[in-house]
Design a protein around this ligand. Structure first.
Ligand code: PLP
Length: 437
């Protein structure tokens, strides 16, 4: 198995596991954590990170992991990329906060102009900046209703859009996200996702039986579903949605919070199908780990509302804007191309892995470095995630029985090969009955 030199401390291979997992300090920290933090946090497995560089993560016991989860697809430029860190440091010395809601913060407008330049909306864009993905979704729902004067929103089965009330109402990946929280936002319908023939649902079911087309404000879609299982739609599906939205004056919102910012080997996943939405939502990878979410909208939509309709004290914080400007420069400076190349390498390797474990791996799919591996059962996916962790590889489950690979877009060919080798061993272990959890 290949290894990569560790940039952390003395030269070490990555991964390099030196204690049992979780180690003694990790176990103590978990016990401490469980006294004080909200039990709602859905912890996947017991890693306790303290330092990161590139794709290497050091835990509290000095173990080194190879990170193919990237903080849920967030650290797009790797952990603590030096250019991002120094840009944040420079900005921190100048100004930490001033609130762009009430005043004219230059770096906020500078980032909005950049977002206009990189967003394929077929015309000028204006942007609203918040602190997270879910805030971007909330802002988009409000804006679409305001701009159209229409009440209904269509999302998709399998979708994940966040956990605040509006976005969790759009979410339909797992019933547990709704359990105990009803009633949710009214006026939301869920359509089947992904197949071209499913588009008939709009005419045959929605517009015919549920809501007139001229009362639908927006269709919000993940161009590739994320938490729902890294599901890639059929060619023609997004194009079909664009056609339906255009025909009825409905706002087409692409939630690129997980699929955007270069992850799929293009700046935005919609570009794989040449579709121009009316709104793009971004968060996660756009600021390399600083909290930022953006609604990038066709200017005429954003110009429908006026002062006071929406705002945020912290949204578009100068540090987050600085990190985003540097992230975009790094993405365009080669990371998007790298994501495409490493994605081809990973998919080819996973096809071999699938052939090596017939029946257990039932599908491999994705674009760029947004890759889903589907297993035969939920238990198998869980066991593979655990066995990978035990071997020093961080991956994350998604959907019902899939594991996702979403490493930093800086991943090297060696790192991808190392991850494939570790995954092979993890699937082997999960087949043999698994490592004890
Ligand atoms: N939309 C998508 C597609 C996501 O994947 C997520 C988070 O996983 C969100 C929205 C919500 O983002 P956040 O957790 O930053 O609120």
């Amino acid at each position: 198995m290949s290894a990569v030199p560790s940039p952390i401390g003395r030269p070490r291979p990555v991964p390099d596991i030196v204690t049992e997992l979780p180690g003694p300090r990790a176990r103590a920290q978990i016990a401490f954590d469980e006294n004080w933090t909200s039990p709602s946090l859905p912890r996947a497995y017991p890693i306790v990170p303290v330092r990161g560089e590139g794709l290497a993560i050091e835990d509290i016991d000095g173990n080194l992991f190879l990170d193919f989860a990237a903080g849920i697809a967030v650290t797009s430029t790797g952990h603590s990329h030096p250019a991002i860190v120094s840009r944040i440091q420079e900005q921190a010395e100048d100004l930490l906060h001033f609130s762009a809601s009430d005043f004219y913060l230059p770096i906020y407008a500078e980032l909005c102009e950049e977002l206009d330049r990189i967003a394929p909306l077929g015309g000028r864009a204006r942007s609203f900046l918040g602190n997270s993905g879910t805030e971007a979704v909330e802002a988009a729902i409000k804006m679409a209703r305001f701009a159209t004067g229409r009440p209904y929103i269509v999302a998709f089965l399998g979708a994940f859009h966040g956990r605040t009330y509006g976005s969790v109402s759009l979410t339909a990946s797992k019933a547990k996200y709704h359990a105990g929280f009803g009633p949710l936002l009214p006026g939301v319908y869920h359509a089947p996702y992904g197949r071209v023939e499913d588009l008939r649902w709009f005419d045959d079911v929605l517009f015919e039986r549920l809501a007139p087309a001229d009362e639908v404000a927006a269709i919000i879609v993940e161009p590739i579903q994320g938490e729902g299982g890294y599901v890639v739609p059929e060619d023609g599906f997004l194009e079909g949605l664009r056609e339906i939205a255009t025909r009825h004056g409905i706002v087409l919102i692409a939630d690129e919070i997980q699929s955007g910012a270069g992850r799929t080997g293009k700046m935005w996943a919609v570009e794989h199908w040449g579709v121009e939405p009316d709104v793009i939502l971004t968060a996660k990878g756009i600021a390399s780990g600083l909290p930022l979410g953006a609604v990038i909208a066709r200017a005429e939509l954003m110009e429908a509302w006026g002062p006071g309709a929406h705002g945020s004290t912290f949204g578009g914080n100068p540090l987050a804007c600085a990190a985003a400007l540097e992230t975009i420069a790094l993405l365009e400076g080669g990371l998007i191309d790298n994501a495409a190349e490493r994605g081809h390498q990973a998919l080819a390797g996973l096809a071999r892995l699938r052939a090596h474990h017939p029946g257990m791996i039932t599908d491999v799919r994705g674009k760029g470095l947004m890759i889903g591996i589907e297993f035969d059962t939920p238990e198998r996916a869980e066991a593979v995630q655990w066995a990978a962790f035990q071997r020093g590889l961080l991956v994350l489950e998604c959907g019902r029985k899939a594991v996702r690979l979403s490493p930093a877009l800086t991943a090297s060919a060696d790192e991808v090969d190392t991850a494939l080798g570790l995954l092979d061993a993890a699937v082997e272990a999960a087949t043999a009955g698994g490592d004890a959890a």
